[in-house]
Design a protein around this ligand. Structure first.
Ligand SMILES: C[S@@+](CC[C@H](N)C(=O)[O-])C[C@H]1O[C@@H](n2cnc3c(N)ncnc32)[C@H](O)[C@@H]1O
Length: 205
């Protein structure tokens, strides 16, 4: 059933706005509002890219490979730290996992919300700093971040993650840890685009 256009507008803007304001005033206000949302969204995304990690989605084929090599079991708890548009948590949900992502930047966060909705996924995404989230009950953590962030996370992994749980990191290794497996993703690019799989208790001893 299609919703009439004016009803759709009614959901977004209060009725009084377009009922009582002449179009020549209403349209510039709406245009300005739209511009503010776009510019605001981009500024916040650039802020997080500069001060945290830029939003670069893992190519879908590689994201699926990360899920495959993690060897996930149903009902396992999975986190994606810096979940971007939610692709990894959505794939993990399809495997029957309890899947959660954390994303600080507004644009990818909204994209993730939309993707979760469109794909009717049970994955959850929160606009939160993952450094403030406990990893105590997590079975598998996915990351595609940056060496400086991996350094901060390393202490957190060692302190909070339980024995047998896994860390699957694309491109950036955990320093001084021994991966239980390294999976190449792009042919001919050597060690630049590896997936590192670590197991707590084996890799960090
Ligand atoms: C390279 S992207 C990876 C996105 C996604 N994991 C994927 O594989 O497609 C890294 C993301 O981490 C987010 N991020 C960086 N630091 C963060 C933090 N402390 N808390 C939450 N999100 C963070 C960035 O905003 C960015 O979107």
């Amino acid at each position: 059933m299609s919703i009439p256009f004016f009803l759709l507008i009614d959901r977004v803007f209060p009725y009084t706005l377009y009922k009582f304001l002449p179009m020549n005033i209403l349209l510039p206000i709406l245009a300005l509002l739209f511009l503010l949302i776009i510019v605001g969204g981009f500024s916040v995304t650039i802020y997080y890219a500069v001060f945290y990690v830029p939003y670069v989605p893992t190519p879908k084929k590689i994201a699926k490979k990360m899920i495959e090599v993690a060897n996930l079991k149903k009902k396992q708890r999975v986190f994606d730290l810096g979940a971007g548009d939610g692709r990894i948590i959505i794939y993990a949900d399809k495997k029957g996992c309890i899947s959660t992502g954390f994303e600080l930047s507004w644009l990818p966060f909204i994209l993730a919300k939309i993707n979760i909705l469109i794909q009717r996924s049970k994955a959850k995404i929160y606009r939160k700093n993952f450094l403030k989230k406990s990893l105590e009950n997590v079975d598998c953590v996915f990351c595609y971040l940056w060496p400086s962030v991996m350094k901060k996370l390393q202490a957190k992994f060692e302190k909070e993650m339980k024995k047998g749980s896994k860390v699957v990191s694309y491109c950036f290794p955990v320093k001084n840890w021994k991966p239980i497996r390294k999976v190449p993703t792009i042919k001919g690019r050597g060690d630049a685009f590896l997936i590192y799989i670590y197991e707590i208790g084996k890799s960090n001893n």
